[in-house]
Design a protein around this ligand. Structure first.
Ligand code: G
Ligand code: G
Ligand code: G
Ligand code: MN
Ligand code: NA
Length: 254
């Protein structure tokens, strides 16, 4: 209870911050978007990682107001780039389960896009495989709604849900994000290479875009390129950075 109070106080007192991690694509490695990643700068504890407070925010329902703030900050940052002429850039935002199925979630998203006058296809919602696969009519209904409106959908941590890939045939999603654990193992053994190749080919066959996350070395990048992957995110390119640094970064790699 006390921690929940702290989270709420944190939002009121502006202790949350958004960091952004560049995503690159194509042979000339241009930045085409960035993933929004929330941070909590606690006055006593210091920087608290989202792994710690997101599950708590989920279980208490605080994820709903926090999630709305995250969307606002992410679209505000994207809008600044669009106003500076970089209208090709998009933003990917992580959406947790409780948030995705919340009654007013779609309305909140469409209202925010409208407020910032951003095209829906410049927003990508990252949901985890377990949310995407949930046998719930509300999830499926919403995936269809967002797709109809042009909002992009990405399956995050792809491959960790031990899923039957078959759900991808029925679900309206645009992108899969290969989990960084597979990328970590990629150059270490042939089995993970085969697995990653299978995921990339599957995405190609289903006309889905594919992005590799957690790319840390030039070897991983080279191997992924040879396997047909064209979008990348990871420390090799840049760690998640605050908005001011993202601006410098984008200007350098535009
Ligand atoms: O930023 P970092 O790599 O430390 O993130 C750790 C975890 O927290 C990841 O699983 C990520 O998806 C999740 N996360 C980070 N930012 C957000 C956010 O804005 N919303 C939600 N729901 N999860 C987030
Ligand atoms: O679950 P999700 O994919 O949203 O998590 C993103 C997390 O991955 C963030 O916590 C981010 O800080 C982290 N991350 C981003 N790039 C790298 C990387 O190259 N290596 C590792 N180990 N983590 C990364
Ligand atoms: O030092 P840091 O871990 O942020 O650098 C990660 C990589 O990001 C660098 O090795 C470099 O390839 C790339 N990079 C290039 N310019 C910038 C920049 O202005 N900011 C950040 N964060 N990364 C950059
Ligand atoms: Mn993510
Ligand atoms: Na992930």
């Amino acid at each position: 209870f006390e921690i929940e109070m702290n989270l709420r106080k944190g939002l009121i007192e502006n202790q949350f911050m958004m960091y952004f991690q560049p995503q690159i694509s194509g042979p000339d490695a241009r930045i085409d978007g960035f993933e929004a990643l929330v941070r909590w700068n606690h006055p006593e504890i210091g920087l608290v990682r989202p792994d710690i407070f997101i599950p708590l925010a989920e279980s208490t329902g605080f994820i709903v107001p926090l999630g709305e703030w995250i969307i606002q900050e992410s679209l505000k940052t994207l809008k600044k780039f669009h106003e500076a002429g970089m209208t090709h850039l998009g933003v990917s935002v992580n959406i947790s389960s409780r948030q995705f199925i919340h009654e007013h979630f779609p309305e909140m998203i469409f209202q925010a896009l409208d407020q910032y006058q951003l095209s829906p296809d410049k927003l990508c919602l990252e949901i985890t495989e377990s949310v995407a696969m949930e046998e719930s009519s509300i999830v499926l209904e919403r995936l269809h709604l967002f797709t109809k409106k042009g909002v992009k959908l990405s399956v995050d941590d792809f491959g960790t849900g031990f899923s039957a890939f078959v759900y991808l045939l029925d679900y309206p999603v645009n992108e899969i994000k290969i989990d960084r654990e597979f990328i970590r193992l990629l150059t270490q053994n042939k089995k993970s290479e085969a697995l990653v190749k299978t995921i990339i080919d599957l995405a190609d066959n289903l006309r889905l875009s594919v992005i590799a996350e957690g790319v840390e070395t030039q070897d991983q990048l080279g191997l992924l390129q040879s396997l047909g992957c064209q979008r990348f995110q990871g420390y090799l390119i840049s760690k998640p950075v605050p908005p001011a640094e993202l601006t410098q970064w984008v200007n350098k790699f535009r």
